[in-house]
Design a binder for this molecule. Structure first.
Ligand code: GTP
Ligand code: MG
Length: 229
């Protein structure tokens, strides 16, 4: 199994922990109860779900603005982003955009993203197109109407994202396959120097996309990645 890191982020109480819980009932949530009796994530959520050939680790950020340090730590190194808007609470949009901009600075620019317009079960919840126009989200971005209460589009949204992550990696894997015995050539192709190549290949090995043979200075691309439908 290859493993990937998916970040689940969004404003306060938008449903990040609930989303992860509905995909993995054993998910862990480091939370604390506030004076208002509600539970707030103070550190992170961690869940995992297997989707054909991928072991997906879901990391949830805390929604409270004052936990920005924790949010930055959790964000680092993600392969994809699920970004949750609270469709039933337009007043949270300002902080939603603030948090989105701050995590975007940490993530690489072309990372696959899927947006959720969550809490569709609530009367008066805004449909995706309203959230898109009110927040100036790009026309080509994917926004699923979701509910963690009814399960609406929970599975569909994660599958959509993982397929996009797969597409990102599959062109890279094609390149990698043709340089399994020629790490130097791969460095030239990807315009990376020796130190960058070492970090790059080590990272791919940790994610289990490749196996490195350090004696012969070669590597092998692992099998088993599939497109999901
Ligand atoms: N009606 C409705 N309520 C939801 C939905 N998703 C989450 N909630 C409720 O919203 C509240 C917050 O849910 P969480 O999943 O803890 O939200 P969160 O984004 O992790 O919250 P923080 O970590 O504190 O930012 C809880 O009372 C949930 O039951 C949904 O789809 N519909
Ligand atoms: Mg939470």
């Amino acid at each position: 199994m290859v493993f990937i890191k998916i970040l689940v982020s969004g404003p306060l109480q938008s449903g990040k922990s609930s989303y992860i819980k509905s995909l993995d009932e054993n998910a862990l949530n480091v939370e604390a109860q506030g004076k208002d009796q509600k539970f707030y994530t103070v550190a992170m959520d961690l869940g995992s779900v297997k989707l054909n050939g991928f072991d997906c680790y879901l990391f949830g950020t805390p929604g409270l603005l004052r936990f920005s340090v924790m949010r930055n730590i959790v964000t680092n190194g993600s392969d994809g982003l699920v970004y949750i808007f609270d469709a039933a609470a337009p007043e949270k949009d300002d902080s939603a955009i603030m948090i989105l901009n701050s995590i975007r600075k940490i993530l690489s620019p072309n990372i696959p993203v899927v947006f959720l317009a969550n809490k569709q079960d609530v009367e008066g919840a805004r449909p995706p197109e309203v959230i898109r126009s009110q927040n100036y989200l790009p026309d080509d971005s994917k926004i699923f109407p979701t509910s963690t209460k009814t399960g609406l589009n929970i599975r569909e949204s994660i599958t959509y994202l993982v397929n996009h992550i797969y597409e990102e990696y599959s062109s890279l894997l094609t390149t990698l396959r043709s340089y399994e015995n020629n790490i130097e050539g791969l460095g030239e192709e990807l315009k990376k120097d020796k130190a960058e190549m070492r970090d790059f290949l080590n990272n791919l090995e940790i994610k289990r996309f490749i196996e490195i043979n350090r004696v012969s200075k070669t590597f092998k691309v692992r099998h088993g990645l599939k497109y999901l439908v």
